[in-house]
Structure formats: structure tokens, C-alpha cells
Design a protein around this ligand. Structure first.
Ligand code: SAH
Ligand code: SF4
Ligand code: F3S
Length: 468
């Protein structure tokens, strides 16, 4: 379709709507960075103001995919009112559907994949000069990182992508088809990026990858595994805490377990998706481990780091999952005392091997299983929170509290938010906090030695009275 944008207004504002996982959140930041550096676009929170509207999409479940087309329908009206607006679709739906997105939504100007987002400035230029929609969903190795400007950072915590893609091909999952095969960034590139972030005041890095522990060195560093990468990152001056997500049980080596005993800077939290507690279902999912092997990793992790918090993902209602299979999952969840989980109802994804199996667990049974499992994990997570009351926790102060901006928020090593009264100068620092209360999703605490708020007010009143 040829329809040159009719407005000559310069492009100034960018709106990005992100669906899906942390990899997509990360990529959206990179889109904003490159369009700021190359096109001078400033990000806005209202699509009605924007000259460029991007959707960074997810196709992991049917519902996520449907949302994209609903939202696109809405921005179509914006474009009808202001024909100069450019609309782009990136991420996993774009990667999977390519050209056909333009067939279904002809007002879309740009379709780009997770590995081609750095080409956005060129795609925009070509769209404007040719008047034709641009589609580029190729997988050009890992050139993306060589073509991105330095991240614009806010706060003391930053994400660093260390590997992209997935080569595990679990039978239900779309990700290997949308993100391509696993590919690791070179060791030196990761270390240089972390060192630069540290120099700019970042104290915590979160190493990102779809299977982050599948990271491998290349060239001279071909022997390096993910545990070696953690060793190096923890040595960088200024970095005080290191997290990583998401790890896969199949590559959770003894060396990685040992890293949790050895590296004090490594956070006491691992997100380790199990998906099911039934060996029959795990085999049908092609996960590559048994329930016993999974339990053994968790047992060794807890031996290495007794306070470690383990969170997980589950899929319930996989084709053929019986009540007995599901009970195995409940039992595993109970035995592992998970500290949180995402429980998903199985959703058949076109083109995956499992989509050829009968999706035979009725929707109401799937939903009931999700609720039973989530309730169990919520209870074990609440017990962990309760057990933290009275303890002293090392936290990174992230900024004002979301609920009450007069208070501060911080993150514990085991990935919980703590709200507390404290001075703004503490933001960006690692401090100790005493936990006083456990709420549903957050903790409350006090800076040890500080007065409780009402006593502090009284003391201030006395001081003010004395001065009068
Ligand atoms: N690489 C990670 C997870 C990536 S996708 C891992 O393997 O552990 C995030 C989560 O989405 C998965 O852990 C799984 O629980 C869920 N998921 C993936 N495909 C799904 C599907 N077809 N239906 C329902 N949930 C799915
Ligand atoms: Fe999907 Fe499995 Fe890869 Fe995770 S490991 S992204 S679930 S194929
Ligand atoms: Fe979704 Fe793609 Fe992430 S399918 S979960 S955005 S890898």
C-alpha cells in the first residue's frame, strides 16, 4: 500500500506500549534510546500526543496476542485524525506474523523483530521516502548491541542483556520461533557495559536472557560459562548486587550453585521455572528434566545459600494433564515452598509441536487448577515474608514509595519491596533495614536507630518548642 504521510510536522514524540516479558521491557528501552539519539524523539505516556507509536508485542499466550490487535484498532482512529502518525509493530507477534500484520492492519507503517529494532531510524527514513510500509524481521546474529547508543539510566539498578533467543524448543512454546536460537554476547562487551553503568552510579545489575544460564563465552573466552561471567561481573568496582533472570533447570550447573555460596554480591533469589511436577507432563513438554532433578537443584541451592528465595513458573492444563498429574505439581510446589510464582493456563500456540495434541483439559478445569496452585504458592510466599519480621535486611533504596511518595522504597536481596520512612539522600544507596511488618505484596521496615515516625514528630515538636 502506498500512502505517504500527509503531515510535514517534524517528528517529536514517541509512545511505546510494551507487552510480555522483561526481554521486551528491555528492548523497549533500547528503542526509546536509539530513537532519542538518532531522531530526537522524546517518550510520552499518551499515544494521542505521539508522532510515532510503537507496540512491542508478545505471543506467548493467545490472550497476549489478541490484545495487540485490539490496541492497534484503537490507534487506527488516532491515525485517521492525524495521518502523519507512524505506527510500528515490533516484538514476538511481529516476528511471527511479519508482512501479514500489514495485511490485517494496513495502517501499520513498520514491522520489526526483536533483533532488528536498532534499524528503526533507517526503517522510518525509508517509510517516509518511499511511502511504503517497511518490514524487517530478520535475525542478523547479534549486531543489535553494536548499534545501540549507551543506555539512558534512571536510578541505581539496570538491566543488561547477556544472551538472546532460545534453543530449548519446549513443545508448547513459541519463543524459539520468535526470538531465534540462543546467542551470547561476548564476555568483554558485557563487562564493559556493566563497568560503564557502575561509573554512572548503578549499584545493581540484572543480567537478562531467555535462558540466561545458557550464556557461553566465545573466542578466547570459549571456556567461560555463566558462573564465570558472574564471577567477573561481581568483581566490577561499584557493583554491589547482581541478579539474573530467567534461568533454566537444564543448565543449572554445580558451578552456578557454588557461585551462590561464594559470591556475596549475588542476590539471594533465583527465578527457576519448573512448569509441572509430573514427570509424564514434563516429558511431553520436552523440558529435559524430571521433578526429582528439579528438587535436587533447589536442595543444593538452599545448602549453598540457606535464605535463598526461589520463584517459579507453571503451566497447568497441558494436553493430557490428569488430576493426578496436577496433584504432583501441587505436591512439588508445597515441598519447594516457593516464594512466588506465575501460574498460566496452557494456551496452544500455532506452529508448536504441542499444538498438534488435543487441548483436552476444559477451560474451567484449567482455571480452577491455576487458582488452587496460585493460592498454595501465595501461602508459602506469605510465610517467607512473615519469617522476615524482626530481621535486618540489606536493601538497595530505589526511590520514593509508589503508594506514599513521602516514604522510600527499597528492594531486599530476596527481591521484596520494603517501604520505610527515610531521607531522600538514601536513594541509590545500599543500607540495612529492620523489617517490622509483612503485607500482602510488600514489607514495612525502619532504619535501625531511627525513631518511629510519631516519636520522631514528637521529638521534632520538642526541639521546635525549645527553640521558641
Ligand atoms: N525461558 C523461560 C520462560 C519463558 S516464557 C523458561 O523456560 O523457563 C515465560 C513463561 O510463559 C514460561 O515459563 C511458561 O510458564 C509460560 N508459557 C510459555 N508458553 C506457554 C503456553 N503455550 N501456554 C501457557 N503458558 C506458556
Ligand atoms: Fe520457551 Fe522452553 Fe525456551 Fe523457555 S526454555 S523460552 S519455555 S522453549
Ligand atoms: Fe512474550 Fe516474546 Fe517474551 S513471546 S514472553 S515477549 S520472548
Amino acid at each position: 500500500m502506498t500512502c505517504p504521510p500527509s503531515s510535514d510536522r517534524p517528528m517529536r514524540k514517541l509512545y511505546i506500549r510494551t507487552f510480555g516479558c522483561q526481554m521486551n521491557e528491555y528492548d523497549s528501552d533500547k528503542m526509546a534510546d536509539i530513537l532519542h539519539a538518532r531522531n530526537g524523539l522524546e517518550q510520552v505516556s499518551d499515544p494521542a500526543e505521539a508522532d510515532v507509536i510503537l507496540f512491542n508485542t508478545c505471543s506467548v499466550r493467545e490472550k497476549a496476542q489478541e490484545k495487540v490487535f485490539n490496541d492497534l484498532g484503537r490507534v487506527r482512529e488516532l491515525k485517521a485524525a492525524r495521518p502523519g502518525v507512524l505506527i510500528g509493530v515490533g516484538g514476538c507477534v511481529a516476528s511471527q506474523e511479519g508482512e501479514s500484520i500489514i495485511g490485517r492492519a494496513p495502517y501499520v507503517d513498520l514491522v520489526f523483530g526483536p533483533q532488528t529494532l536498532h534499524r528503526l531510524p533507517e526503517m522510518i527514513a525509508q517509510r517516509l521516502s518511499s511511502g511504503r510500509p517497511q518490514v524487517d524481521i530478520s535475525f542478523p546474529e547479534i549486531e543489535k548491541f553494536d548499534n545501540l547508543p549507551p543506555a539512558r539510566i534512571e536510578g541505581a539498578s539496570a538491566y543488561v542483556s547477556v544472551m538472546e533467543g532460545c534453543s530449548k524448543y519446549c513443545s508448547y512454546c513459541i519463543v524459539p520461533y520468535t526470538r531465534g536460537e540462543e546467542i551470547s554476547r561476548p564476555l568483554e562487551d558485557v563487562l564493559v557495559e556493566v563497568a560503564e553503568l557502575a561509573q554512572r552510579g548503578v549499584h545493581e545489575v540484572i543480567l537478562l536472557g531467555q535462558n540466561v544460564n545458557a550464556w557461553r563465552g566465545s573466542g578466547d573466552d570459549a571456556d567461560a560459562d555463566f558462573a564465570a561471567l558472574l564471577d567477573c561481573v561481581c568483581e566490577i568496582p561499584g557493583i554491589e548486587r547482581v541478579r539474573y533472570t530467567t534461568s533454566h533447570p537444564r543448565e543449572f550447573s554445580d558451578r552456578l550453585v557454588d557461585a551462590h555460596a561464594r559470591l556475596q554480591k549475588l542476590a539471594a533469589h533465583v527465578h527457576l521455572p519448573v512448569q509441572s511436577g509430573s514427570d509424564r507432563v514434563l516429558a511431553a513438554m520436552k523440558r529435559g528434566y524430571t521433578a526429582l532433578e528439579y528438587k535436587s537443584i533447589v536442595r543444593r541451592l538452599r545448602r549453598a545459600c540457606p535464605d535463598i528465595s526461589i520463584t517459579s513458573d507453571f503451566i497447568v492444563g497441558f494436553p493430557g494433564e490428569s488430576e493426578e498429574d496436577f496433584v504432583h505439581t501441587l505436591k512439588l510446589a508445597e515441598a519447594m515452598a516457593f516464594d512466588g510464582s506465575f501460574c498460566f493456563a496452557y494456551s496452544a500456540r500455532p506452529g508448536t509441536p504441542a499444538s498438534g495434541m488435543a487441548d483436552d483439559v476444559p477451560a474451567d478445569v484449567k482455571n480452577a487448577r491455576v487458582r488452587r496452585l496460585q493460592a498454595l504458592v501465595d501461602a508459602t510466599a506469605a510465610a517467607v515474608s512473615e519469617s522476615m519480621i524482626g530481621s535486618l535486611q540489606r536493601v538497595l533504596v530505589t526511590g520514593p514509595s509508589r503508594r506514599d511518595p513521602s516514604e522510600l522504597a527499597a528492594r531486599t536481596s530476596n527481591n521484596r519491596v520494603v517501604n520505610f520512612a527515610g531521607a531522600a539522600r538514601l536513594v541509590g544507596r545500599m543500607i540495612d533495614i529492620e523489617i517490622t511488618e509483612a503485607r500482602a505484596h510488600t514489607l514495612r521496615g525502619v532504619v535501625p536507630g531511627s525513631l518511629p515516625p510519631q516519636l520522631a514528630d514528637d521529638a521534632a515538636g520538642v526541639a521546635a518548642g525549645a527553640a521558641r
